[in-house]
Design a protein around this ligand. Structure first.
Ligand code: GLC
Length: 732
């Protein structure tokens, strides 16, 4: 496999120093101790849920040098004590590193990643991740299992909440921002942490949207859609990569040498640590490619996996395997070397108690952290419909009704160490925003998502007294995330019934949708005056929504995942191929790619989102009609805010490849810019496209340019665009 030369710049002499230190340390280590670096132990069963494992004497294993790192431990005293055992009681005193799923916040909790991606604000995301890193690094943690960059197209999958949607380019830009914010160029720094990009690879394509289910995608799809965010993360210097639970070409990713060695290490040039997912090593027995732990250890080690998370096949079996088969010794040496190198880069050989001494809690939830979380939350919401209802006058008589009317349970899933008590409820946020005339009815929601219908009478009475009804409906926080795939993508029957009953009162109504995925909102789109996709926003939820509903801030978020009109359309995504019989919007005839009972179009397309402004697009211009690989193309457009509110518009640039050696998507996002527009303001927005932006994977999986025509689209979403054409002449 041709090694794609990633710029292997030795950042400073430290890389040479680290290399010699690691080689020196390896010479002193026993085989058992080297294998120990390849084991990540869960310390406290009470802190974890999930597949059980035999009760290990973790402290005893640390003393004998058989543990390299610890998973999901947050108690600072326990972290310090385990590190003390490793440093002072093991033979060589090699420090542990501590890792946790601080996906989008430690104590200051930011929106769920699907919401964060809807902000399209990579600068703000990078700043947010610096805060997340600071709270984490000062709480004894050295690595976060974030960002998750799985491309997703199926809202039935619970983990879409953790993703950044259906586009590889946007997913790449967002993944890089997380890494820059977490690692800050050098994660030995006091307030930085190592990032771990996941799940490598293809997990988001689980069949039926059912978690952990089979994945069957082509190598071409893998390279064209699923690989780009990982390639971008490797180029951004991500410290580690986590393998996924699924198979690829029938072999589980965790034991798949083609994926881990040929692609990740050899083709992308990744020289960091590859860590398994939680028991994804021993699960290859369930995948029926290993009969026992010995075969698990053989296959995962041969695939060049460095760390086994929770499973104990490496520490139980690898020593004997190496005795029987010396070729494994080299694999163990390489894995141990990568883990030790990571620890050097974490600064742990200089200060193994880094971040463990003075308690970090004085840093938690600082006002400036809350302010950043509020800004990200404001920018993450997506206004899907607004028939001149929002923003609301602060004197409006409001009936605030539903399970999220006054709930602090707005964290969603994968909440780090976030606590509900630190969250601002919607009612609190509306009051903080100056709304003075609110009646509210908080309705409890458990995982059945069935409301207490005895409260419906009170709800109707309250609604009948109001000018505007705000319906705060949603999913239960444990009905989203890992292990929470669902077959019915709608609000629960009782939530729908509540909405339908109130609708009969013929009041102005807005739906505030607290969900972790796209739901089918067709009835709400028809019957609400406004629809605001709120997601789960974390600590500053209520304040952010209050600022949007009051008009203090204009909504600016744009969807990064299409919202289907109905479940039958799934998967529906914007960057799809044209097919040999495309649906001709003018004259639908039988024999074309269509449904007999639905359109092909989503209810809300990728990139869609309204602001309080009225943004007009005009004067799309290209500075040339032909370009070569040496050229760059300047694309300019003029946008104007003719509305009565200032706004921030996310201007999007797409390409459509006309005729090339493989069929390419109808549209591909290749640029985006957030532009502030005061009332009546006019802005000229300029993009630059290069030959690199036009590359794609041909049938031989080479990343190439070819000569051909492109349409260049610029607009407010993937559907509503202006278009021009360019002819690309590839002379190479
Ligand atoms: C989970 C998830 C993974 C997470 C890991 C450690 O099963 O798949 O994303 O980082 O276990 O908690």
């Amino acid at each position: 496999m041709r090694k794609e030369i990633v710029e292997q710049v030795i950042k400073n002499r430290d890389d040479f120093t680290i290399k010699s230190e690691v080689e020196n340390l390896l010479k002193q280590m026993t085989l058992k101790e080297k294998i120990g670096q390849m084991y990540q132990a869960p310390y406290s069963a009470t802190e974890l849920v999930g597949p059980t494992w035999n009760n290990l004497d973790t402290e005893g294993l640390i003393k004998e040098g058989s543990v390299g790192s610890i998973l999901s431990l947050s108690d600072l005293d326990s972290i310090y004590n385990l590190q003390k055992i490793a440093v002072e009681e093991s033979r060589l005193g090699i420090p542990l590193f501590f890792a946790y799923d601080i996906i989008r916040g430690y104590k200051t909790i930011f929106p769920i990643p699907l919401a964060i991606s809807s902000s399209w604000d990579t600068d703000l995301l990078e700043e947010s991740c610096k805060i997340i890193a600071k709270e984490s690094a000062n709480s004894g943690l050295h690595m976060t299992f974030s960002p998750m960059v799985d491309l997703v197209r199926d809202p039935r999958w619970g983990r879409v909440m953790e993703s950044h949607g259906e586009d590889p380019y946007l997913g790449s830009e967002i993944g890089k921002a997380y890494i820059r914010g977490f690692q800050q160029g050098d994660f030995s720094k006091r307030d930085a942490i190592a990032a771990c990009i996941k799940h490598f690879i293809g997990y988001g394509a689980s069949e039926g949207g059912r978690d952990y289910n089979n994945v069957d995608i082509s190598r071409h799809s893998l390279f064209q859609y699923y690989l780009p965010p990982f390639k971008a993360g490797v180029l951004e210097g991500v410290a580690s990569v986590m393998t996924s639970f699924n198979v690829f070409e029938g072999i589980p990713a965790t034991a798949n040498r083609y994926l881990l060695k040929d692609i990740l290490r050899d083709k992308l040039g990744f020289d960091g640590v590859i860590i398994s997912d939680y028991t994804s090593t021993t699960e290859i027995i369930n995948h029926k490619i290993a009969a026992d732990f010995k075969e698990v250890a053989q296959k995962c080690s041969h695939a060049t996996l460095d760390i086994e998370m929770v499973g104990t096949s490496f520490i139980d079996e690898l020593e004997a395997i190496c005795d029987e088969n010396p070729e494994y010794l080299e694999l163990v040496d390489q894995a141990a070397a990568r883990v030790l190198t990571l620890k050097y880069k974490m600064g742990l050989f200089d200060d193994p108690y880094k971040g463990m001494k003075d308690k970090g809690e004085k840093l938690y939830l600082l006002p400036e952290y809350r302010e950043k979380a509020r800004e990200m939350s404001e920018k993450s919401m997506v206004l899907l419909k607004n028939e001149s209802l929002l923003p609301l006058n602060r004197e409006t008589k409001i009936a605030l009704i539903g399970p999220y009317a006054d709930s602090k349970n707005v964290l969603g899933f994968w909440n780090g160490l976030g606590e509900e008590k630190d969250c601002i409820s919607l009612l609190e946020g509306l009051k903080n925003a100056g709304f003075s005339n609110i009646e509210h009815l908080q309705m409890e929601l458990d995982q059945s998502e069935v409301l207490d219908e005895k409260l419906f009478g009170e709800a109707l009475t309250m609604a009948s007294r109001a000018d505007v009804v705000l319906l705060a409906l949603g999913e239960h926080q444990f009905n989203i995330g890992e292990g929470a795939s669902r077959t019915l993508l709608e609000f629960s029957e009782s939530q729908k019934k509540l909405a339908q009953e109130i609708k009969k009162l013929d009041k102005k109504m807005a739906l505030l949708s607290f969900t972790g995925r796209p739901l089918i909102l067709d009835w709400f789109h028809e019957n609400m005056d406004a629809v605001l996709q709120v997601w789960f926003l974390g600590s500053e939820s209520g304040n952010a929504i209050g600022n949007i509903l009051s008009g203090k801030k204009s909504p600016s978020g744009k969807l990064t995942m299409s919202f289907p009109q109905n479940q039958g359309q799934i998967p529906v995504y914007y960057n799809c191929l044209n097919t040999g019989r495309p649906l001709d919007r003018n004259n639908v005839h039988r024999f074309c790619s269509r449904y007999i009972d639905s359109s092909n179009e989503p209810l809300y397309p990728f990139g869609y989102g309204l602001t309080y402004g009225e943004i007009e697009y005009e004067k799309l211009k290209l500075d040339k009609r032909e370009m070569t690989p040496e050229d760059s193309l300047e694309v300019s457009i003029q946008i104007k805010n003719t509305g009565s509110h200032e706004a921030e518009e996310i201007v999007q640039l797409y390409i459509e490849a006309e005729t090339f050696s493989v069929s390419r998507p109808l549209k591909e996002l290749k640029g985006f810019k957030r532009v502030k527009l005061k009332k009546n303001a006019v802005e000229k927005v300029i993009f630059k496209l290069t030959a690199e932006d036009l590359k794609f994977h041909n049938r031989d999986l080479e990343y190439v340019n070819e000569s051909g025509k492109y349409k260049i689209y610029v607009g407010k979403n993937s559907r509503d665009t202006l278009v021009e054409t360019i002819d690309f002449k590839n002379f190479i």
